[in-house]
Design a protein around this ligand. Structure first.
Ligand SMILES: Nc1ncnc2c1ncn2[C@@H]1O[C@H](COP(=O)(O)OP(=O)(O)OP(=O)(O)O)[C@@H](O)[C@H]1O
Ligand SMILES: [Mg+2]
Length: 277
């Protein structure tokens, strides 16, 4: 059993929570919207490529995703596969929404060199989508969360990005290797199963593996603290798919002594934030 910490948890924004609950239900299933001006986002992640859509009022309209290993930590390592995945997502979305996707925003992890970040733009363009905005992933998450103060932490498949927010402005960003894939390696080793099987079991979520994953989550927590450095952060706001594992926020809070919360459907924060950017 996981030891309980008495650290109070910061309130998760009710607005962001409601957005994410509604957004999750639009998976390959467009929401009705009276507003026809739709903005699209494409998240070229290490584990998945996600296409999202919001209407002109900022309400979630649609999302879809495909597992894809064509991008590693913001670096496009297999251009053809990345383009093919975006094309597939685009075609499915075009049929589902009944409208063309001519432009979209995309994002890269903070700290990725500009030349690598530009490759994200080229992926969209080769899939027949104009890149209307190329920004960093933490700023995209903030577009949805609208934190006043604290640290936004995006724990994805391959890396952990941190943004420090002061008075609603991001004053520092960083990104370091380490995320959900590392948890898969730990689970696979502990259970004597393949990494693919570990990934599947972890995502299924029907068992609490926190007693096994705790060292891996604490390693992520230590990376978060290193990235926060000397900033006086009062609260950590976890997003990204890797923090969907049970007790992730509790373990990070206990390790760092900083109040920590994880958002529901945390893997959707950055992708929908990209569409809102
Ligand atoms: N429901 C879930 N339960 C547990 N883990 C999950 C769940 N959904 C996603 N994950 C994990 O989250 C990770 C992927 O998260 P996410 O989609 O945010 O990453 P990404 O954006 O593709 O990667 P990165 O941001 O590092 O480039 C994977 O390790 C995956 O196993
Ligand atoms: Mg990501």
């Amino acid at each position: 059993m996981l030891a309980r910490t008495k650290l109070p948890q910061p309130a998760v924004s009710p607005k962001a929570t409601e957005f994410l609950e509604v957004a999750a239900a639009t998976f390959r299933n467009p929401a009705c919207s009276s507003d026809s001006s739709i903005s699209f986002g494409v998240d070229l992640g290490t584990a998945t490529i996600v296409l999202t859509a919001v209407d002109g009022q900022g309400h979630p309209v649609y999302w879809d995703s495909l597992p894809c290993q064509a991008v590693r930590d913001g670096v496009v390592v297999n251009f053809g596969d990345a383009v093919a995945a975006v094309e597939r997502l685009k075609n499915t979305a075009t049929s589902a929404l009944g409208s063309e996707i001519s432009s979209a925003a995309t994002a890269f992890p903070p700290g990725v060199p500009e030349a690598e970040a530009r490759a994200c733009r080229y992926v969209l363009e080769n899939a027949g989508i104009t890149c209307r905005h190329l920004g960093d992933e933490v700023s995209a998450a903030q577009a949805l969360l609208r934190l006043k103060d604290g640290a936004i932490v995006d724990v994805g498949g391959g890396s952990t990005g941190v943004g420090i927010v002061v008075n609603g402005i991001i004053v520092a960003i960083d990104d370091q290797p380490g995320g959900g894939h590392h948890l898969d390696l730990i689970l696979a080793g502990a259970l004597g199963i393949s990494v693919e099987e570990a990934e599947e079991r972890k995502r299924r979520g029907d068992q609490d593996y926190s007693h096994i994953l705790r060292p891996g989550i604490e390693r992520i927590a230590s990376s978060i603290l290193r990235q926060i450095g000397d900033y006086a952060v009062q609260s950590i706001h976890l997003v990204g798919g890797a923090v969907r594992v049970p007790h992730a926020a509790l373990i990070v809070a206990g390790f760092g002594g900083i109040r920590t919360c994880a958002y529901p459907h945390s893997e959707l924060v950055t992708p929908f934030g990209i569409a809102m950017s």
